[in-house]
Design a protein around this ligand. Structure first.
Ligand code: NAD
Ligand code: MG
Length: 385
């Protein structure tokens, strides 16, 4: 069997390192062709020496010499800078590009990989939040697979296997509710990043952990699901499920519901995206019903966690709205992590930015990039005031 050639964009992050755990467990199935990261040069070098890819990319150009010197005794090509990502995803030996970059920075490399005919294993949900319509059209034009890595979307994707001809009535995306589930606005007015960074069920990168606490992550996932599964906004519902065992559900036209369950561990959706359509035997811990005698479900509180409502509004309005929402969110999350804005202040800024950036009905890729830039500029301006 020919090994699958994999490019891992964002290999030093939470998803990136777990992807390498999966690859390490199946050396006869997967071959690492490209590794990239923003600035964790030491880890990138260690990964490169272990997996011997054709090339690595370090986004921070100041670290190019360091990475080059550490890999000079190998045949690994070393690139630097954001535009190098668009070059390396085209390598002949790549079958799947696993995009685990955080933020809208993941969009251009996804687009380039699709244009080069590579299948996409997508953790970078922001790609679809910013430009879902355009990206899915491109994927269909180039006949590449969009394989979800996000656990909820992987769950839905797994439920849909064999159901290709059966229309979906509705999907339910499950949400843990994050560390502040059940709290009111007066409690949230004083929470700090230390509280928000403690997720009850998942260990993830800082940005998605804050997004999970503010429910923006669920908002982004609703948008991601709409485009991935070609649904109307009203077909995508969110249900809070604090145990994070049911990873999401599909309801078909006859009322039958299929769910995918398992312990919260991203390695499973990562593995499924890489091995699809096959399943590979592994030794991950198995779920035991008796450890979870109660699986519970509740309605999300969109009045307290306004980000989820803002995400639904943006999706309904369409055009560049979700792109603006995402860009503003990236700035407010960064500001919250740097103690420059309060937890509740994040939604206020996002709402103000949505009001200020020009509405475009059918944006091109360049329009999206321009809207993203404009939204960030306005968000920073509001925060400084
Ligand atoms: P992370 O912060 O742990 O890692 C991000 C990776 O991207 C790092 O390798 C970093 O070097 C690289 N990177 C950061 N900024 C970059 C830029 N501007 N250009 C190029 N590379 C850059 O993030 P993560 O938690 O692994 O999340 C990655 C993506 O996966 C996000 O879109 C997130 O929403 C999604 N996701 C993560 C999880 C999870 O469990 N961590 C679950 C579902 C979805
Ligand atoms: Mg998710």
């Amino acid at each position: 069997m020919k090994k699958k050639g994999i490019a891992i964009l964002g290999s030093t992050g939470s998803i990136g390192t777990q992807t390498l755990d999966v690859v390490r467990a199946f050396p006869s199935h997967f071959d690492v062709v490209v590794l990239t990261c923003a600035s964790n040069a030491t880890l990138l070098v260690a990964q490169a020496l272990e997996f011997l890819p054709q090339a690595v990319v370090i986004i921070n150009e100041d670290l190019l010499d360091f990475v080059r010197s550490k890999l000079s005794h190998t045949s690994i090509a070393v690139y630097a800078g954001i535009s190098a990502l668009e070059e390396v995803v085209q390598f002949e030996a790549i079958d799947v590009v696993l995009n685990a970059i955080v933020g809208a920075a993941g969009l251009r490399p996804t687009v380039k990989a699709i244009e080069s005919g590579k299948d996409i294993a997508l953790a970078n949900k922001e790609t679809l939040v910013v430009a879902g319509e355009l990206v899915m059209q491109l994927a269909s034009k180039h006949q590449v697979k969009m394989l979800p890595v996000d656990s909820e979307h992987s769950a839905i994707f797994q439920c849909l296997a064999g159901e290709e001809k059966n229309p979906i009535e509705k999907i339910y995306i499950t949400a843990s509710g994050g560390p502040f589930r059940g709290k009111d606005r007066s409690f949230l007015s004083s929470v700090k990043k230390e509280h928000a960074l403690k997720h009850p069920n998942w260990v993830m990168g800082a940005k998605i952990t804050i997004d999970s606490a503010s429910l923006m992550n669920k908002g982004l996932e609703v948008i991601e699901a709409k485009w991935l599964f070609d649904l109307e906004v009203d077909q995508v519902d969110v249900i809070v499920h604090p145990q994070s065992i049911v990873h999401s559900l599909v309801q078909f036209q006859d009322g039958s519901m299929k769910a995918q369950l398992g312990l919260p561990d991203m390695k499973l959706p990562i593995q499924y995206a890489l091995s699809y359509p096959n399943r590979l035997e592994n030794n991950f811990e198995r779920f035991n019903f008796l450890d979870y005698p109660e699986l519970t479900f509740e309605k999300p509180d969109m009045a307290t966690f306004r980000n989820l409502a803002l995400a639904y509004d943006s999706l309904r309005k369409g055009g560049n709205r979700a792109c603006v929402l995402n860009a503003a969110n990236e700035i407010v999350v960064d500001s919250f992590l740097n103690d420059k804005i309060s937890f509740l202040g994040m939604s206020d800024v996002i709402e103000a930015v949505l009001e200020k950036v020009n509405y475009l009905v059918r944006p091109s890729l360049d329009d999206y990039i321009e809207s993203d830039y404009e939204a960030r500029r306005i968000a920073r301006e509001i925060i400084i005031k």
